[in-house]
Design a protein around this ligand. Sequence first.
Ligand code: MLT
Length: 401
Amino acid sequence: MAKINENYLKLPGSYLFSTIAKKVSEFQEANPDREIIRMGIGDVTRPLVPAVIEAMHKAVDEMGTPEGFHGYGPEQGYDFLRNKIVEHDYAELGIEPDEIFVSDGAKSDCGNIGDIFGADNKVAVCDPVYPVYVDTNAMAGRAGDFDGERWSNLYYMPCTAENGFMPELPKEKVDMIYLCFPNNPTGETLTKDQLKLWVDYARENGSVILYDSAYEAFITEEDVPHSIYEVEGAKEVAIEFRSFSKTAGFTGTRCAYTVVPKALKIGGTGLNGLWNRRQCTKFNGVPYVIQKAAEAVYSDEGQKQIRANIEYYLGNAGIIRTALEKAGLEVYGGVNSPYVWAKAPNGMKSWDLFDKLLNEAGVVTTPGSGFGPSGEGYIRFTAFSTKENTEKAMEKITAIL
Ligand code: MLT
């Protein structure tokens, strides 16, 4: 008889954002006339910028000609895009095009990267945390058992207001460390000196850092690193994930990339080669049309246009921060990030506040406890709505808080 991967049976009912989507559609069904403003999942609302659309159209037309047609592309991504990524994002950091792997999303890569790591690695995650890191390690059998709050084999690093949302270095030896900065969900960042502590820890302990910098384009402050490779020695210990989703509105278009430096080795085995082997076997590359669209993000026009959208979203984050602070809430994030993390008033639980905001204001948020036990008592807002809806949502929320 065939056997299933029993690790899947240990997972809690559904993925966080699916649970929320289900709750919202039930609410909508029960209240068909109520307006709903979505500030839950971090999905963009601004259309793709003209430079991207133009490149996409051109690529579609090419595909209709014998000379311009493209079949299977390189699994690692076309050189035109890998070169542009290096030129724009990593020129001074010594990363080379063959260390860039273009993919259909940072979510997929963060989840799939576990394929090249053994099942008995000790995994450290921040708490609260983007649930993909946790759930995919549970699927791979690295997380142990779930007690309704925590997984028995994961090493949790609480990030709370008390420690400035900064994870502390593990007190025991861990092998794989997931870090996400600017952070999802708290929206907080760390300095280069703080990041260096992690690189040093990984170098001393033979650990690998899985660094999710999907939100780096939202950094506005000095001394906040955009890439872990800004820290010397990081190439020997870190993999970095980046995405066009939030940077350029590609959530529905799908394009991202992962950096696996050739200097990163475990016991003499290079992870670049392993990841390449994995991708060539399980992935057929991102469509030519999409990679052409992504390339256009790096043109002068493209850069100007996507920056305008990022500023727009950061403006919304400012609106959220100001309104919630005025309502007397403790508010974090939203300065270098599209996420605003707020403490629920009067000791309210995350899901209770989620329900209140949905039922009384028609606003969808994400309950902090969905990101881990240390997220209890917090709620996350995204700045990806329209300005009009952001203002409307804040009016409604402040009226009921
Ligand atoms: C989030 O809301 O945390 C993100 O949008 C989810 C994702 O990027 O997959």
